[in-house]
Design a protein around this ligand. Structure first.
Ligand code: ZN
Length: 426
């Protein structure tokens, strides 16, 4: 009888991969950008005709790259290239293909297209992979339709509860379950979408930086070390509204003056921390809001983000104390309420090293960077090792039609992804 060759014998096989092609990446990104609702930029919301068109194109591209294709309960598209050792967990690469309203054509889509390019390069190079390789296009990351960010990534991590399929609704009251079912999916099979370390060895996501750092420093590759945590607070300052002409200054309980001081103090605290932590007051309302009325009530939001959990904790403690002090000095009442809390995620050190080593070996300039935006990767990191590769964003612009990344930078990012996959496959 002929002896069966053990798959691990293939360990030593070294195939030189062909190069990724910027032209193919460019063509596919432009092609996908056409699948958009009316209006400036790209608007591709989940389970819409635009989504359906992109889905069809992606499935065709995966099949053309000889991948077997399946969709999970929520419509994440998984293209798979079997490995020589069926016992091994998959090494996956991917990103999301939905968009914000009037967003750009690179956010998410760039990572999906680069994953497809990696699949084509593997095929053309005749690469023999031991682990199964998966190329994943993820749905509903932006939360632009159902107001729940990273739904697709959370499903992969097994973190979507069945009841969310009904509780998450769009502006017309259509639930995720209804929309996904109408889209031809089986949302009830949510549990089967969940992956674990047993069947997913690693996940790699290439994404545009969405910030200005790489471009400003003229660096080709961002080696993502962490994804920031987010705390969202609401501060309510209550004074008393009065006539703006007849109320002497010393008798006022103007809510806006202390609120303005609070905003300035938060800014000062964050500048003092100087560790990548950022704070933004993006929304502020003044009531009653008349030009001839002393402000009686002011509400503002605080969006705090940091790669360091400890910095967020210290910052929030400091803000709470400060708000109390400023309010009491001004003779007004103030309340701080936290309404959103997502901890920072440190990516697996082995993956960070693998991305850094790949960029070095390819002689691309690179630097470690913390992601200031949330990504599916932060949830997938709960079930397996995750690595992220950032490529430069022109002028740091994102979530706008002007969003741009050079196609050659995407090629370089793809080269890094390919090298990391190869390293993990050894
Ligand atoms: Zn994105």
């Amino acid at each position: 009888m002929r002896p069966v060759r053990h798959p691990s014998r293939l360990r030593g096989v070294e195939v030189t991969l062909k190069e990724a092609q910027a032209e193919r990446i460019e063509k596919e990104i432009w092609e996908l950008s056409r699948f958009s609702a009316e209006g400036p930029g790209v608007t591709r919301l989940t389970y819409t005709p635009e989504h359906a068109a992109a889905r069809e194109t992606l499935i065709a591209a995966m099949k053309a790259a000889s991948l077997s294709v399946r969709e999970d309960a929520l419509g994440n598209i998984i293209g798979r290239r079997e490995g020589t050792d069926p016992q091994l967990p998959a090494i996956a690469v991917g990103s999301h293909f939905d968009s914000v309203r009037n967003g750009g054509m690179f956010d998410g889509t760039a990572g999906v297209v680069c994953a497809l390019e990696a699949a084509r390069v593997m095929l053309e190079s005749g690469y023999v992979n031991r682990h199964p390789f998966e190329f994943i296009a993820i749905v509903e990351e932006e939360g632009a339709r159902f107001s729940s960010g990273m739904l697709g990534g959370r499903a992969i991590a097994g973190l979507v509860a069945d009841r969310e399929l009904d509780s998450l609704v769009d502006e017309d009251g259509v639930s995720v379950r209804q929309a996904a079912t109408a889209f031809g999916l089986k949302p009830g099979e949510l549990q089967a979408a969940a992956r674990s370390a047993a069947d997913l060895r690693a996940f790699i996501e290439l994404h545009i930086e969405q910030g200005p750092i790489l471009e400003q420093e003229q660096i080709e590759i961002g080696v993502v070390t962490s994804i920031v945590g987010v705390r969202a607070l609401r501060v309510a300052v209550k004074g008393r509204s009065d006539h703006a002409g007849t109320t002497p200054m010393h008798l006022r309980q103007d809510a806006l003056v202390p609120a303005a001081l609070m905003v300035r103090e938060v800014n000062r605290f964050v500048n003092e921390i100087a560790d990548g932590t950022v704070a933004t007051v993006g929304h502020l309302t003044v009531a009653p809001g008349g030009g001839n009325q002393v402000p009686g009530e002011v509400d503002f939001t605080l969006d705090l983000r940091s790669p360091h959990e400890e910095s967020l904790r210290v910052l929030i403690d400091r803000i709470s104390v400060m708000v109390g002090e400023v309010a009491s000095q001004a003779g007004v009442a103030a309340d701080v309420d936290e309404f959103f809390n997502l901890s920072p995620v440190q990516l697996a050190p082995t993956m960070v090293d693998a991305v850094r080593e790949a960029a070095s070996a390819l002689q691309f300039t690179h630097r470690d960077i913390s992601s200031g935006a949330g990504h599916d990767s932060m949830f997938i990191a709960q079930v397996t090792d995750v690595g992220m590769v950032f490529v430069p964003s022109r002028a740091g612009r994102s979530h706008v039609p002007e969003e741009w990344t050079d196609f050659d930078d995407l090629r370089k990012g793809t080269e890094v992804v390919l090298r990391v996959m190869k390293a993990l496959d050894r």
